[in-house]
Structures are given as C-alpha cells and as structure tokens.
Design a binder for this molecule. Structure first.
Ligand SMILES: Cc1cc2nc3c(=O)[nH]c(=O)nc-3n(C[C@H](O)[C@H](O)[C@H](O)COP(=O)(O)OP(=O)(O)OC[C@H]3O[C@@H](n4cnc5c(N)ncnc54)[C@H](O)[C@@H]3O)c2cc1C
Length: 324
C-alpha cells in the first residue's frame, strides 16, 4: 500500500519543518513553494527565548530552543551545515523597573544570569543598568536552516503559486491540481496577504555588515549579531499593517535602526554592505482549520525558536489523521 501523501504549501521554516517531521513519520510529502518573500531567508535569526522589551517568555521557549539546536546539529551531521553561533544572547536592560518585569517572566528551567554592565561579555554603551545573559541562546542562518530541513525531508518541491487549497487538494496558478491525503498551509505573511486574509503583518530590515560588531548577539529594540558573512543589525520596526506590502526601508527607519544600534554598543568603523527586508505574520495558528486543511502560520518573531517545535506537533497530528 502506498504511504499517505501530504501536500505542504510554503517552504519557509514552517513548511520545511512540517515536511521534515512528516517525512520522518513515514508519509510522502510534496512541498509547493513559489519561492518569493520568505521571511525565513533572514540572514541571521536570533534564538532568543526572552522576548522584546517586555521580557515575555513563551511556555514552549526552552523546549523550542533545544529542539532547534538539536536540528542544527542533525543538519550539520547530515552534510547540510548551518552557519550559527551557540554563543548565548545578551539582553541589556535599561533600569530596575524593566529588570523586575523581565524577572517576573523568567522560568526556572531557562538558564540565565544577571550581570552588571561592566561584567557583560560585550562592552555596552553607557546608560544600561543591567544585562541579562542567556547562555543557551544564539543565532543561525535562517536560509541555510530552512534549506537544510527541506533537503533532509526528501520532499520534492513544486515551484508554483497555490491559488486555492482544500482538505485534500491544492490548485496552482497554472490550473494544475495536486491531490493528496492532507494539506498543510504554511504560506507565511506573503501567502496570507495573497490570500486576502485579515491579518497583522510587520515589516523589518536587517542591514548586513562587513563584520560582526559583536561575537555575542545582543538585543534590545534592535539586534546586532554575527552572520554567515560579517554581521547584521536588524529589527522589525514598521507599524503593523492589515495587508501584505512589499517591504521597503524608509530613510527614517534607517536612522532609527542606527540609533538603536549605537544605544547598544560602539559600532566602530563597521560598514554596511547591503540590506534584507521582510515581513512577518502575527496570530499563531497551528492545527486543523474549519475547511479541513491544516495550518502552521503566524510565527511572528519566533519563527526559529518555535517553528520547528510547533511543526513537530502539527506533523504528528496530520500523520495520525491520515493514517487511520
Ligand atoms: C526583519 C525580521 C527579523 C526577524 N528576526 C527573527 C529572529 O531573530 N528570530 C526568529 O526566530 N524569527 C525572526 N523573524 C521571524 C521569522 O523570520 C518568521 O517567523 C518565519 O520565517 C516565518 O516562517 P514561515 O515559514 O511561516 O513563513 P515564510 O518564511 O514567509 O515562508 C512562506 C513561504 O511560502 C511561500 N508561499 C506563500 N504563499 C504561497 C502560495 N500561495 N503558493 C506557494 N507558495 C507560497 C513563500 O514563497 C515562502 O517561501 C524575523 C522576521 C523579520 C521580518
């Protein structure tokens, strides 16, 4: 008997992870991807379990973090190296009030230490009162991680844009219809925009730098991190939008980004070599939708922290459903 066949729309980190875990469970997987505007090609993504300026920690963050690092090891071992640094993440914290807010969120199972700014592994710009050190964090090359998972899944990729999907079929722009036993939609921000869904999209930019300003990623407002080549300075800073738009880098945003970087640490003579802009989607959905198709989307700023973990759950549920 032929194994069940799962169609995955979207080959970003969500779709690649679903394809990888579903394949491992013994089903046949085909990925449909148009290859445009994937947020997952972000040149350097932080694996940072303590979020933004609120210090919130998702209840699945520690498990997600450990799974993503395990996948990086597995990919490397299988000949799909992913540039990364498992070197920790430094979160400068401005004052005692912000520190208390962060402390309230920190779960005991998350390794961390509070440092004085003088003891931080990176020389901080003046003005920070505290620094939170997260030794299990780090950075990775988003495109290489995603590519590696897709390759390891062994799933063929059909290049084309899906214009319709139901519980067991996907229709492409050229009129072709693909049939399967289940469909998992992982189209990310751009896919939700094309589908005309009501959603929250946020655009941001990474400036690529000729060298990493710091070996240890640091983040508050914006982030500085090493990358496969040089380093990055980035943030998702544009106002939320209800529809997808091609991301751009307005001059005022560039000024804001540079200001945030200088507030973190001295930039020295670092040079900007280019830029990467993308959009991410909020509103996590991980499961079956009323039309019978499945979905993993809305990973927000936690695509690499939680994407593989949630994909493992979704893939498990899908495979159970198609195997009965
Ligand atoms: C500036 C910025 C910085 C970020 N930094 C971090 C970070 O430091 N750490 C972190 O964990 N996350 C970060 N993120 C978030 C992360 O990039 C996203 O959460 C994640 O990449 C989303 O993955 P996805 O697979 O859902 O979507 P995507 O990566 O957007 O993939 C969707 C894929 O589906 C395809 N597609 C869409 N619609 C269709 C269709 N109709 N037919 C066929 N194919 C289709 C697209 O071409 C694309 O390849 C950042 C995002 C941005 C924008």
């Amino acid at each position: 008997m032929n194994p069940p066949h799962v169609l995955v729309v979207g080959g970003g980190v969500a779709g690649a992870s679903v394809a990888y875990f579903a394949s491992r469970l013994g089903v046949r997987v085909t990925v449909v991807d148009v290859g445009r505007h994937a947020a997952s090609t972000v040149p350097s993504a932080l694996l940072n379990p303590v979020r933004g300026q609120s210090g919130a920690v998702d209840e699945r963050a520690v498990e997600g973090l450990r799974l993503t690092w395990a996948l990086v090891d597995e990919l490397t071992g299988a000949g799909h190296p992913v540039a990364h640094g498992r070197v920790g993440v430094l979160r400068p914290v401005p004052d005692a009030r912000a520190r208390r807010k962060f402390e309230r969120h920190l779960p005991p199972e998350l390794l961390h230490a509070w440092l004085s700014p003088q003891a931080a592994p990176v020389a901080l710009a003046p003005g920070w009162e505290h620094a939170l050190w997260l030794p299990e964090g780090g950075w990775l090359d988003g495109a290489a991680f995603t590519r590696g998972l897709l390759a390891l899944s062994g799933a063929p990729v059909v290049r084309g844009r899906a214009v319709g999907w139901e519980a067991r079929s996907v229709t492409l722009e050229d009129g072709q219809t693909l049939l399967g036993d289940a469909v998992v939609w992982c189209g990310g921000s751009v896919g939700a925009g094309w589908a005309g869904e009501a959603a929250t999209h946020r655009a941001g930019t990474l400036l690529t730098l000729d060298r990493p300003v710091t070996d240890v990623p640091m983040s508050f407002g914006a982030y500085l991190a090493p990358a496969a080549v040089g380093g990055v300075l980035g943030a998702t800073f544009e106002a939320p939008a209800v529809s997808w738009r091609e991301p751009t880098l307005p001059l005022r945003s560039l000024g804001w980004l540079l200001g945030r970087a200088e507030a973190l640490t001295a930039l020295g003579g670092v040079r900007v070599t280019g830029s990467w802009s993308g959009t991410r989607l909020s509103g996590l959905a991980a499961g079956r939708t009323p039309d019978g198709a499945w979905r993993l989307s809305g990973l927000g700023s936690k695509g690499f922290l939680l994407g593989p973990l949630l994909a493992r759950h979704v893939a498990g549920d899908v495979v159970r459903a198609v195997s009965v």
